[in-house]
Design a protein around this ligand. Structure first.
Ligand SMILES: [Cu+2]
Length: 387
């Protein structure tokens, strides 16, 4: 047995045993907890067993490993489905010269979060959530981010982008690490436009990143992008036993959340995903879309696609990009990395593609409302940014 395979078994056992009875991994019939429209083709879910595997080591397909039970999003203080669209455009005003000023407050806090049903992780957070708030602005805006360290460890915020050395949020530059009880105001102009991220850069970097101190930082081009339904998907993972490897993988923190609650979209509409890979310990991750192809904008710093008509992309640690696509057919379609191990450990979801007339019902099925729909469709417009 290869060392890799031994390691995989061990990691999967941890997920099962660690979850206890609340979150045993079972066959795809657990998917029945989620509303499944008539006509759902189970063949899309790979080889799902008709009954739970006789032993916990039974191998299901992509969709054959889901979790029983639900995560308490209220207790967590954030819902991955809301995180898809909850742009934080800051408190907006104008500087004397006419430049838009956006002010944000970010607080470092320690908080236990539930990352899969019954699996809790002692996270270090920005604003009590993982990922932290999705900061969104337009290229050229002045950003003023007040950082308060309310945790018991030194932290920073390092933004990807262009800024002065003292604003870089790394040890030895400017204020360096902000000590417990300390505060600092990061200020710089947003450039270049693109799909970026921010994260803590205190030492040891890998520890601060895998504990959950990161978030999306989206800078829109001045002229905007074409209207679309937009989602922010941050690929993350958790080392629940602190052995330097991850046990649970997800988009927006909660394993299999979008398999249990498929994301509603309308057939034919343009969908844009801001995709970020912040996974620590694993060198690469990626994204594969079923029954579709997409255009990809590497780092989001161009208005022309850098890859056209692809169905799988790879992102190394810290890489980001923007995906654009439309669905030709209604139905439920999977998305996941083409790294099967990560898929089986939580990083898998579904789009629920519906005709326009069925959209309101699809929203309701997964507990969403018109406000979520509005945020998804107005994210890239100036109107949506409160200017
Ligand atoms: Cu930190």
């Amino acid at each position: 047995m290869s060392r890799w395979f031994q390691s995989l078994l061990s990691r999967r056992d941890i997920l099962r045993v660690g979850a206890g009875s609340a979150a045993a991994l079972v066959g795809a019939q657990a998917f029945g907890q989620a509303p499944m429209p008539a006509g759902m083709d189970h063949s899309q879910m790979a080889a799902a067993p008709a009954t739970p595997p006789a032993t916990p080591k039974g191998h299901g397909g992509h969709g054959g490993n889901l979790m029983v039970g639900t995560v308490d999003h209220v207790r967590n203080g954030f819902d991955p489905m809301q995180v898809l669209t909850d742009w934080d455009t800051g408190k907006v005003s104008r500087l004397p010269g006419g430049q838009t000023l956006r002010e944000y407050t970010i607080t470092a806090q320690e908080k236990e979060i539930e990352i899969a049903p019954g699996i809790f992780f002692p996270a270090w957070t920005y604003n009590g959530r993982v990922p932290g708030p999705t900061l969104r602005c337009t290229e050229g805006d002045r950003l003023r981010i007040t950082f308060l360290n309310h945790s018991s460890h030194p932290h920073t915020i390092h933004f990807h982008g262009v800024h002065a050395a003292e604003m870089d949020g790394v040890p030895g530059a400017g204020p360096g690490e902000i000590q417990p009880g300390g505060t600092f105001v990061y200020e710089f102009d947003a450039e270049p436009f693109g799909c970026h991220l921010y994260h803590c850069h205190a030492t040891s970097l890998k520890r601060h990143v895998h504990k959950g101190m990161y978030g999306a930082f989206i800078v829109d081009p001045k002229g905007g992008r074409p209207p679309a339904r937009e989602f922010m998907m941050l690929q993350n993972a958790f080392d629940t036993n602190f052995d330097g490897g991850n046990e649970v993988y997800a988009v927006n923190t909660v394993g299999f959340e979008f398999a249990r609650r498929p994301i509603p979209v309308k057939k034919g509409e343009l969908i844009r995903i801001y995709l970020i890979n912040i996974i620590e310990f694993d060198l690469i991750n990626g994204f594969h879309l079923h029954a579709n192809f997409f255009n990809y904008y590497d780092t989001g710093t161009t208005l022309d696609p850098t890859s056209r008509i692809v169905d799988t992309i790879t992102q190394g640690q810290g890489q980001r990009g923007i995906l654009e696509f439309r669905y030709k057919f209604a139905g439920q379609f999977m998305f996941h990395p083409h790294i099967s191990e990560f898929t089986e450990l939580g990083w898998m979801g579904l789009f629920n593609v519906v005709e326009g007339a069925n959209y309101a019902a699809a929203l309701k099925e997964v507990g969403l409302d018109a406000a979520w729909d509005r945020r998804a469709t107005q994210g890239s417009t100036a109107k949506g940014q409160g200017v």
